[in-house]
Design a protein around this ligand. Structure first.
Ligand code: KMH
Ligand code: ZN
Length: 308
């Protein structure tokens, strides 16, 4: 969805830096980032067309190169969608497994596979993504209008996917496109308990046409509604990318950037590669006195074990 318009310095605190103390229920969340910022890169997505966005990484080679560049620029997590040999989105399990292996061999990034896929993907294929044995996965907490399409996430699917993450030891990141998704996250945790890894981390996906707007006021409202002790990242789609990034830093959150979410660096200036989006995020995080987290620090924050 894109509606446009040197490894990070080590954090100054312990590897657990970035995990927030639990605020009382209902209170505005305490700063979620400690002294370091978790940067996730989402390099590809399922929506942009390679013919229109030539810099989009769609082959395994392009993805590995992008991953290394983004790691060097300050990313700690990579959110992965893959494409087939005609650059169309695919959830082919063999290709996903090869991708996890290749990324694991070439970087120390936390590998988070998308279980959202494309709006056309069925539930069984989306569940099967976990069989590629990533470190982590996205888990969207509700259905949302998605431009002219619908991104379907009914409760029974959410519940089954979450249960499967716990069985397989995959750390979920809860994707929240709307305030109703926050309510569903509370319901999910009440029903099935804490995630694998023992820590709740969310990503506010803002500015999707049909979801919550990418504004500072909306971000503050969403953060205040998160479960106590949760950490969070935010990403703004399209032209909301920079405002959401700045609001997230100001509110103590973490960041997701990448060509899945925006293909314009600035008005009229296409992104030339994912690394420049990570570089900008890392520079702004450093300016905010919260430099990028290393993957090792991110593993400690998120509860991702390093032994897969
Ligand atoms: N491509 C969107 C329909 C996710 O990765 O989990 C869904 C998406 C969310 O990108
Ligand atoms: Zn995605």
């Amino acid at each position: 969805m894109n509606s446009d318009a040197a490894p990070g310095p080590a954090a100054e605190r312990s590897p657990a830096a970035g995990r927030a103390p639990a605020p009382p229920p209902g209170a505005a969340a305490a700063p979620a980032g400690g002294s370091a910022t978790l940067i996730t890169v989402a390099p590809t997505g399922a929506e942009s067309d390679k013919a229109r966005v030539p810099a989009l990484p769609v082959t395994l080679g392009e993805l590995v190169t992008t991953a290394k560049e983004c790691r060097a620029a300050g990313a700690a997590v990579i959110h992965v969608h893959i494409r087939d040999d005609r650059a169309r989105p695919t959830l082919d399990l063999g290709a996903l497994t090869d991708t996890v292996q290749a990324l694991r061999e070439s970087t120390d990034l936390i590998i988070q596979l998308s279980t959202g896929g494309a709006v056309t993907d069925g539930f069984s294929a989306r569940l099967a993504v976990l069989d590629a044995r990533p470190d982590a996965c996205s888990l969207t907490c509700g259905t949302v209008n998605f431009g002219d399409e619908v991104f379907a996430n009914p409760w029974p699917f959410i519940r089954e996917l979450y249960a499967r993450t716990k069985e397989l030891g995959v750390v979920p990141e809860f994707e929240l496109f709307d305030m109703g998704h926050v309510a569903t996250l509370h319901r999910l945790l009440a029903d099935l308990g804490e995630p694998h890894g023992g820590h709740v981390h969310c990503d506010l996906v803002m500015g999707v046409p049909g979801g919550m707007p990418g504004t500072a006021a909306q971000l503050v409202q969403a953060v205040a509604a998160l479960p106590p002790g949760a950490t969070w990242s935010a990403t703004g789609i399209g032209r909301t990318s920079v405002p959401v990034l700045l609001a997230a830093l100001a509110a103590g959150g973490h960041l997701r950037v990448g060509m899945e979410d925006t293909t314009s660096y600035a008005r009229g200036r296409p992104v030339t590669g994912n690394a420049e989006l990570v570089e900008r995020a890392a520079a702004l995080a450093a300016l905010a006195q919260r430099p990028p987290m290393t993957p090792g620090q991110a593993r400690a924050l998120l509860g991702v074990s390093g032994d897969r």
